[in-house]
Design a protein around this ligand. Structure first.
Ligand code: AMP
Length: 418
């Protein structure tokens, strides 16, 4: 009896070649740029104690109330697959007593139990930066500029960054109360979730996608109108640092972002080509989070970029016709060991090399070389062995020539450079 076919869980993806290579390329561009800005990689667990996320993202946030993969392990501990990066990074910085200021980046998988659709998965990749210990608005602007540069490096042309400020502990309470009163007057028009949000976290009503709620908050007071002098100055400095760089941005005074820990600057990168899930990434300042997770009073600012949406928005690059890889072809069984030895020697020198050990005929080996998109074949037959040479065939041009055996590595490298 045949077993039923296995399929991947809903909302997950397989990255098979060449998509896996496109993904790795995007990660590579991110890592390189992050390191150019002085960030070092941090790797934290994919699951944390549930409290890390509840304390950070906020008990009433959608991520915490609806989207977390939470479970008890066999030791009765409450654990959660990480739905976002910042809380785990902050926890790790405190726990490992990293010297502050520190600039950290991460790349990895995240998990949210949402309704899967284009650009929205249950397991997805995020690329993020966290700058801890830097209060200057110039850092907010630098991070915003970093993200714009990253998308530009990948050829994403239609990305627009929206920027806002949502105030601080000093000015937000007054704004919150005003907004709460405004919403209470219209509570009949709001969805059930937003009715709860009025008391718990009224700012979050701005994030609601329900049309009636959008209409109800159209004329609502916005955080910017209530900023204290310090917040106003901070925001102006962020914007003028963006202006100095000539970065195109849009002020969106309703951009509050769905997580509780942000203060002052919030921003989001939007791409029109993505459809309903149009946010490529976003971030903001979080000056209270380190303290709330048990660390010293430390300002912070960061960004998280969605890997799948970046891949969706980036133009598909033409696949390279040939790889930097050599295929070693043996003509008769007598040369097969020599083929394997040559492949080992090439690899030891950092040159990618393959051998088709199971082939019966030479033609089959050339077919395998083509399927592997190798740049060249190195042919070893009885004549070559006798003369101490290899025949090097350029698979792009079809040209073939003999190369002395001790000059083969350099000849292959030269061919890759062409
Ligand atoms: P957030 O902090 O929730 O705004 O997430 C930052 C970025 O991660 C978003 O702008 C998306 O690009 C990406 N992202 C968030 N949730 C998902 C998801 N469920 N599937 C794919 N990408 C996501």
């Amino acid at each position: 009896m045949t077993e039923p076919k296995q399929s991947r869980p809903k909302g997950t993806q397989d990255f098979t070649p060449p998509d896996s290579e496109r993904r790795r390329h995007v990660e590579g561009v991110f890592r390189h740029l992050a390191e150019c800005y002085g960030y070092q990689e941090i790797i934290t667990p994919t699951f944390e104690h549930t409290t890390v996320f509840v304390k950070s993202s906020g008990e009433g946030s959608d991520v915490v109330t609806k989207e977390m993969y939470s479970f008890k392990d066999r030791g009765d501990r409450d654990l959660t697959l990480r739905p976002e990066g910042t809380p785990g990074v902050v926890r790790a910085v405190i726990e490992n007593r990293l010297r502050i200021p520190c600039r950290l980046y991460y790349v990895g998988p995240f998990f949210r139990y949402g309704r899967p659709q284009k650009g929205r998965f249950r397991e997805f990749g995020q690329l993020g930066l966290e700058a801890l210990g830097e209060a200057s608005p110039l850092v907010d602007a630098e991070i915003i500029y970093f993200g714009a540069g990253f998308f530009e490096d990948l050829g994403i042309r239609d990305c627009l960054v929206q920027v806002n400020s949502i105030g601080c502990r000093a000015c937000r309470p007054a704004y919150r109360n005003t907004l709460r009163d405004f919403l209470l007057d219209r509570s009949g028009q709001l969805c059930a979730d937003c009715q709860v949000r009025i008391e718990r976290n009224p700012l979050r009503v701005f994030d609601c996608k329900v049309e009636a709620c959008r209409v109800a908050v159209k004329d609502a007071p916005t955080p910017r109108q209530y900023l204290c002098t310090d917040c106003e100055q901070h925001h102006e400095q962020v914007l003028s640092a963006l202006n100095r760089r000539g970065l195109r941005y849009e002020a969106n005074d309703r951009l509050v972002r769905g997580l509780d820990y942000y203060n002052r600057t919030t921003f989001e990168y939007i791409s029109a080509s993505l459809g309903a899930q149009d946010s490529l990434g976003g971030g903001g300042r979080y000056d209270y989070l380190v303290e709330e997770l048990g660390g010293p009073d430390t300002p912070g600012v960061g960004v998280a970029i969605g890997l799948e949406r970046t891949l969706l928005a980036a133009p598909a690059e033409p696949a390279p016709a040939r790889r930097h890889s050599a295929f070693v072809v043996w003509l008769t069984e007598a040369e097969r060991d020599a083929a394997q030895e040559l492949a080992d020697r090439l690899r030891a020198d950092g040159i990618a090399a393959q051998v088709d050990y199971g082939a019966r005929k030479v033609k089959g080996q050339f077919k395998s070389a083509d399927a592997a998109q190798a740049a060249c074949c190195i042919i070893i037959g009885p004549d070559e062995l006798a003369k101490g040479v290899y025949s090097l065939k350029d698979l792009a041009t079809g040209e073939q020539r003999e190369v002395a055996s001790d000059a083969i590595n350099e000849a292959v490298r030269a061919l890759f450079r062409d």
